[in-house]
Ligand binder design. Structure first.
Ligand SMILES: NC(=O)c1ccc[n+]([C@@H]2O[C@H](COP(=O)([O-])OP(=O)(O)OC[C@H]3O[C@@H](n4cnc5c(N)ncnc54)[C@H](O)[C@@H]3O)[C@@H](O)[C@H]2O)c1
Length: 282
C-alpha cells in the first residue's frame, strides 16, 4: 500500500501509546480512522483532539477479549466508512511473575487480550477486506519479547511469540489476496504499558498470598524506567507506516536488541546440529 489518503483504518488500543500515535499519523496522512479501545473516556478525549470537526476520526468502545464487541466494531466501521483497508491489532497488556505463582486468572487475561484479541480482529475484518477485493494491510503488535526472552516475563513472551508466529502464517496465507501483514517487534516505547498490570484480574486482591508473591509487581517496577526512557510513540508510528508502504514483515526499532535474536538463533542451530549428530544424520 503506497498511499493512506482516503483509506480506512481500524485500530485497537487507540486511546494511548502506540495505537494513539498510529491514529494521529494516519489522520495526518488523510486516512479515515476508527479508534477502538476499552477506555471510553480517554478514547473520546483523544479523538476529539484529533478530529477538529472533520469526521475523519470515529470511535468505538471495544474490549478485544469479547468477540461480539470486535464484530460489532467491524459493523460500525462499515456503517460509518463503508470499507476497511487497514487493520491494526494493537491493544495489549503486560504480565510477569514466577512460574507456579502466577494466578491462572491473570494468565487467561493476558492470553485473551494479547492473542485472542488479534484472532477476533482477523476473523472479523479479513472478510471485509476480501469484500472489496482491493487488498489491504494488517499490522499486529507483538514485541521484541516475541523474538527473545528474559526471566520473569513468561506470560508476556508466550503471547508475543504467538503473535509473531500467527503473523508469519497470516502473511503467507493472505499474500495471494494482496493483503499484506506486518508484525511490530519494538523494545521500549514511551507509553503507559507498564501501568497495565494494575488492570489484571487479581491486582487488587488484598491478602491473597499467591498474588503478592507472584512477582508481577516487581517485574512492572523494573519495566517502568525502561518504558519511561523509551522512544517516542510518534517516531515509532512513522516507522510503522513506512514499513506498511514497504510491505515489511517485521518492524524493529532497537539496535541493541538485535544481538538477542542472534543469540537465540545460534542456540537453535547448535541444538539442531547436536540432535542430528546424536541421530547419526550429520
Ligand atoms: N511500550 C512498549 O515499550 C512496548 C514494547 C513492545 C510492545 N508493545 C506493545 O504495544 C501495544 C500497545 O501498547 P502501548 O505500549 O501503546 O501501551 P498503552 O498502555 O499506552 O496502550 C494500550 C492501550 O490498549 C488498551 N487496551 C487494554 N486492554 C484492552 C482491551 N481488552 N480491549 C481494548 N483495548 C484495550 C488500553 O486501554 C490502552 O489504551 C501492546 O500490544 C504492547 O504489548 C509495547
Amino acid at each position: 500500500m503506497q498511499s493512506f489518503d482516503q483509506k480506512v483504518a481500524f485500530i485497537t488500543g487507540a486511546a494511548s501509546g502506540i495505537g494513539l500515535a498510529l491514529s494521529k499519523a494516519l489522520n495526518a496522512k488523510n486516512c479515515k480512522v476508527v479508534m477502538a479501545d476499552i477506555d471510553g473516556a480517554a478514547l473520546e478525549k483523544e479523538a476529539q483532539a484529533l478530529n477538529g470537526g472533520t469526521q475523519m476520526v470515529r470511535t468505538v468502545i471495544c474490549d478485544v477479549t469479547r468477540q461480539k464487541q470486535v464484530s460489532a466494531a467491524a459493523d460500525k466501521t462499515m456503517e460509518v466508512f463503508g470499507r476497511v483497508d487497514l487493520l491494526f491489532n494493537n491493544a495489549g497488556v503486560g504480565l510477569g511473575g514466577s512460574p507456579g505463582l502466577i494466578p491462572l486468572e491473570d494468565w487467561q487475561w493476558i492470553v485473551d487480550i494479547n492473542l485472542m484479541g488479534i484472532v477476533y480482529g482477523i476473523e472479523s475484518f479479513v472478510p471485509l477486506m476480501r469484500q472489496h477485493g482491493d487488498g489491504g494491510h494488517i499490522v499486529n503488535t507483538a514485541s521484541m519479547a516475541g523474538h527473545a526472552t528474559m526471566p520473569g516475563m513468561a506470560p508476556y513472551h508466550a503471547t508475543k511469540f504467538a503473535a509473531v508466529g500467527y503473523s508469519e502464517t497470516l502473511r503467507q496465507e493472505l499474500a495471494p489476496e494482496n493483503i499484506g501483514v506486518s508484525v511490530l517487534c519494538p523494545t521500549w516505547i514511551k507509553t503507559n504499558i507498564h501501568k497495565t498490570g494494575a488492570n489484571r484480574p487479581t491486582a487488587n486482591r488484598e491478602g491473597n498470598d499467591t498474588v503478592k508473591s507472584s512477582g508481577a509487581d516487581k517485574v512492572f517496577a523494573q519495566v517502568k524506567s525502561l518504558v519511561e526512557n523509551g522512544i517516542s510513540p510518534d517516531v515509532f508510528a512513522e516507522l510503522v507506516l513506512k514499513s506498511v508502504q514497504a510491505n515489511r514483515l517485521y518492524v524493529f526499532n532497537d539496535p541493541e536488541a538485535r544481538a538477542a535474536i542472534d543469540m537465540r538463533h545460534q542456540q537453535i542451530q547448535a541444538d539442531y546440529a547436536a540432535c542430528l549428530k546424536d541421530l547419526g544424520l550429520a
